[in-house]
Design a protein around this ligand. Structure first.
Ligand SMILES: [Mn+2]
Length: 357
């Protein structure tokens, strides 16, 4: 067996001798032999594969302790470990991305507080939840108050209606006193955590052990509004005659659309379209989307359950929201259109207008 010097081995592995010395010190890759007098390290060419694997895992950002584990595994188990590690990185990055977005919004919104106070004074709002024409029970809950708007769609089953009601109950304490703009997202995130705990209690009291709900809610502080969203309930903004969906459905079909494997039209009629990939299910670790928005006088917001958005096309929503009537009249018209389309599911909606006094 011909041993390689550290320099030759480093060149063959496309690593620096410094990296190899580090791997030796960390116990990741011991030289095959060390000269007793000079201390020179020698390597077996058969060690190249392990050296390269260590280098790749380090480039991936994997911590040393985990690199050591992976290197000692059979290829198949090692592949699973790398996949697990990467899934964790992606999840962590998504959380950090939200935090970064929040900080950018928050810091850029700071200077305009005085102007905001002039341009916006409050909201006018209305909320409604109806069973629809087919369902005999209503698992949807809708709520609107001076600072809080929310809809929740409980997944069918014994705990569904309790879960949607509990999710919104957990948010209501936020109405009691004004939350400073800088605390909006934190306050909402805490409330969602409480909601998840309450849903856990409900789940434990049902026969199936399950209680699941979506939640889409807004909390206001002056012209700043924080949006929390999990599941397939939605929030829309009508601004200057245009409609924007400002939430992203956490559904299996939306994920397929995002990956380019399904068109939005195909998704709309897909048999699995209501399958949720994220929801509040009382299992801890819920991952709602959180975002901060700046409202302007004249904005109109709609929060709704899929019982509305599935049967009334977005263009029709835009047309109704563009009407000159107040929130109650808009709700009348939205519900009317859902019923005209057969109202196969429960319908919950909240409409809020941003007004100057
Ligand atoms: Mn529904």
């Amino acid at each position: 067996m011909e041993l390689l010097t550290i320099g030759a081995f480093a060149r063959a592995a496309r690593l620096s001798p410094k990296a190899l010395r580090l791997y030796d010190e960390l116990g990741l890759l011991r030289p095959a032999a060390v000269d007793g007098e000079s201390g020179y390290r020698f390597y077996d060419p058969a060690q190249l594969e392990r050296a390269r694997l260590i280098a790749w895992l380090r480039r991936l950002g994997m911590p040393l302790a985990r690199v050591r584990q992976v290197c000692d595994l059979e290829p198949k188990a090692a592949a699973e470990q790398v996949a697990d590690y990467w899934a964790q990185v992606v999840a962590d990055t998504a959380v950090r991305e939200q935090l970064a977005t929040f900080l950018v919004d928050y810091l850029s919104g700071r200077g305009s507080a005085v102007e905001d106070a002039r341009s916006m004074a409050g909201i006018r709002y209305a909320a409604r939840s109806e069973s629809g024409l087919v369902r005999t029970s209503n698992e949807d809950t809708a709520y609107a108050g001076t600072r809080l708007l929310a809809v929740a769609d409980g997944v069918r089953g014994p705990g569904g209606n309790l879960a949607s009601a509990a999710a919104i109950e957990a948010l209501k304490p936020l109405e009691a006193k004004a939350v400073p703009a800088g605390d909006l997202l934190g306050a909402l995130a805490d409330a969602v955590h409480h909601a998840d705990r309450a849903i856990q209690d409900i789940a434990e009291s049902t026969l199936s052990g399950e209680a699941v709900t979506t939640l889409t809610a807004m909390l206001w502080s002056g012209s700043q509004l924080a949006l929390v969203h999990i599941g397939d309930t939605r929030a829309y903004l009508l601004r200057d005659g245009e409609i924007f969906q400002i939430t992203h459905d956490h559904t299996y079909v939306q994920a397929l659309v995002d990956e380019g494997r399904l068109s939005p039209e195909e998704a709309a009629s897909h048999p699995q379209r209501s399958l949720l990939v994220r929801a509040l299910a009382g299992r801890g670790g819920a991952q709602p989307d959180l975002s901060l928005h700046t409202a302007a006088a004249g904005d109109r917001y709609l929060l709704c359950s899929d019982g509305l958005s599935t049967v009334v096309p977005t263009e029709s929503l835009r047309a109704v929201l563009s009407g000159t009537g107040g929130p109650e009249q808009v709700l009348d018209e939205l519900v009317k259109q859902a019923y005209a389309a057969g109202a196969p599911d429960n319908v919950a909606c909240v409409v809020a207008d941003v007004v100057t006094l």
